[in-house]
Write a protein that binds this ligand. Sequence first.
Ligand code: UD2
Length: 308
Amino acid sequence: MAKNRILITGGGGFIGRHLVKLLLSKGRKVTVIDDLSTGNMIDAEPNMRFIVGDVSDPSFRSEALEDCCALVHLAAIASVPRCEEDPPLSERVNRRAAISLFDEAAKAGVSVIVHASTSALYGVPEFLPISESHPIAPIGVYGRDKHLAETALLGRKDVGVCALRLFNVYGVGQPSDSPYSGVLTIFSERLRNQESLTVFGDGKQTRDFVHVSDVIQAFTMVLESLEQQGTGSPVHAQALNVCSGQTRTLLETIEAFGDAIGVDPVVIFNPPREGDILHSSGTSETLWKALGWSAQMDFKDGLRSLVS
Ligand code: UD2
């Protein structure tokens, strides 16, 4: 049987669900593997197989790779504090399972691998905006393990590979019930419930917020480029920033939320969170030059979709 499926690990999670939907809408066949630890089941679709399983378990990996021509690896322990609390867990999932999966995928005949990496591997920025040539200096185990997985992948010569370094991704569908959810999701949920917002620090910290619709476009464009051009693709063996290039302070996001819903949010200031970086801002010029990708979502529209 022809290998024509795309395996999406962590496909039941926030980014994964959006990506699965987009790929299915393009007529692609998709296999999802997700252990449902933070993700959810997706309603049955004719072109989708959903495997409930842990990607760090080899028996699930070989089942998931059946008939697959491409792999998008999103499954991870994505919570930075959780990785700090349990470094062996981060090492097992974010590093070792990822590297084993890349090896097994290549052996199983997959010709394209796209890996979800993170801006966390840059650590405290030495300059802004952060480009891919910024030194790698992760503060914690999450960034360290993600970087090691990324390095192992990009060293491969046998398949088309690319790692996307995601900045602060936001959008509808991010779980809001965890203290480690993204700040915009937490704020929108609290505003919907007419609750006050907690700001850690003075609110002047900046983040590069990129909307999930732009992120899944980036994954799809990279995937298609590697499928068409293989190791000759301009994104092959590259680690690329996926960011909007438009930074906002937390106070600005609160003001924008207030405008969107027509109320003045009540804000409570708490001491800064341990290990928080003050400023983060990226440039995605490399991905623009390679494939013409840039973030399209207007920030205010993105916030409006969160609160509507
Ligand atoms: C993001 C990523 C993380 C890692 C990191 C790398 C998310 C959800 N997390 O962490 O996985 O890649 O970047 O640097 O994208 N804040 C408040 N009030 C709240 C919640 C948060 O003030 O109720 C602050 C928080 O202290 C921080 C900022 O908002 O200064 C952003 O926090 P975040 O958890 O959304 O994301 P971040 O940048 O810490």
